[in-house]
Design a protein around this ligand. Structure first.
Ligand SMILES: CC(C)(COP(=O)(O)OP(=O)(O)OC[C@H]1O[C@@H](n2cnc3c(N)ncnc32)[C@H](O)[C@@H]1OP(=O)(O)O)[C@@H](O)C(=O)NCCC(=O)NCCSC(=O)C[C@H](O)C(=O)O
Ligand SMILES: [Mg+2]
Length: 292
């Protein structure tokens, strides 16, 4: 499994101040865990949360789950100390909130000399300026691996409303998807706040899947099963993918450049997508076997 094929169906935030949540996460079915020092932690609790989160990362026990520390902004009184502690702890990634310019990423990268080479940068995309600069941000550093949509901050800054169809943030989501895919980054969708509303979450996940997101950020363990299900290829997807690959290979062997399956044309681009789905299913199987 490479950084590109690693599943990120479910990316669970947990407050870095809550020892119980950090412990519980060791056995939760999340593909990735964001140990939060920013918005989920009160100012009074931030220094203790920093120690707790970094100790948890050093101690490990999270199996194949990807570990990300969300630090406070480098323009806050906690940001620099968070970054130094996170670099020393060596998570899979450090998530910078409120990224608005490419310089936010290059500035962070310059301060990460002490971090292990494998510690990547993730960027919270959640400000209006960040949306306008999404392409330049996506290209800012080879260390950057993933965009995380921060739709709560975005709705606040746009003075918009949360609506079921998410029309108020659709332009922003589209700009970030375009930028991420153009530069080979992963991208995960924003949170669904009503964490007991399973039907609403499912609809939001389906919309995110159809738009092209790799997965969804979550705030409660009750949301994991839906995200893991919706962002995985279905058995029908995989059966069709197998058929497309076999039909195309047979057509190629006969010297044809295209195949026809059930009255539909199958070209190399359809086969590339079929192979992507098969690789994604294999990566999910590998991850789940490693976690069980
Ligand atoms: C939303 C919550 C405050 C609810 O907490 P609580 O009432 O304690 O939930 P439960 O009693 O139902 O919890 C059941 C058990 O599950 C554990 N738990 C709960 N949440 C988590 C979690 N996120 N990770 C791991 N474990 C969790 C509890 O400890 C219970 O365990 P047990 O003791 O064994 O019964 C709470 O879920 C919460 O704080 N969620 C995270 C909120 C958060 O991180 N917010 C910040 C990120 S969202 C954001 O900032 C997005 C972005 O920046 C933007 O702008 O959009
Ligand atoms: Mg935010």
């Amino acid at each position: 499994m490479t950084d590109q094929t690693r599943p990120r169906r479910s990316v669970l935030y947990m407050p870095g101040s809550k020892a119980r949540a950090l412990e519980k996460a060791r056995s939760l079915a999340a593909d990735s865990l964001i140990l939060d020092l920013e918005d989920a932690v009160t100012p009074e609790e931030k220094p203790a949360a920093r120690d707790l989160v970094c100790a948890a990362v050093r101690e490990g026990g999270y199996g194949p789950r990807e570990l990300i520390i969300r630090i406070n902004g480098l323009d806050t009184e906690w940001g620099e100390a968070d970054l130094a502690a996170a670099c020393a702890a060596g998570p899979d990634a450090i998530l910078l909130p409120k990224v608005s310019r490419p310089e936010d990423i290059t500035g962070l990268e310059a301060k990460m000399a002490a971090a292990p080479a494998g510690t990547r940068i993730w960027a919270m995309m959640e400000t209006p300026l960040g949306m306008l600069n999404a392409a330049a941000i996506a290209a800012a550093s080879p260390r950057l691996a993933c965009f995380v949509m921060g739709t709560n901050d975005l709705v606040k800054d746009l003075q918009a409303r949360h609506t079921p169809d998410r029309l108020p943030v659709m332009t922003a989501l589209g700009l970030c998807l375009l930028a991420a895919r153009a530069h080979g980054l992963a991208i995960v969708d924003g949170v669904y706040n009503a964490f007991r509303d399973e039907d609403g979450l499912r609809a939001a996940c389906l919309q995110g899947l159809e738009m092209g997101f790799d997965g969804k950020t979550l705030i409660h363990p009750a949301q994991l099963a839906v995200a893991n299900e919706v962002f995985a290829p279905t058995p029908e997807d995989l059966a069709q993918a197998e058929v497309y690959v076999s039909a195309f290979e047979a057509a190629m062997a006969e010297g044809a450049g295209v195949a026809v399956v059930d009255g539909r044309i199958v070209e190399n681009l359809h086969v590339a997508n079929a192979r992507r789905l098969l690789a994604q299913a294999a990566a999910i199987r590998e991850l789940e076997a490693a976690g069980s």
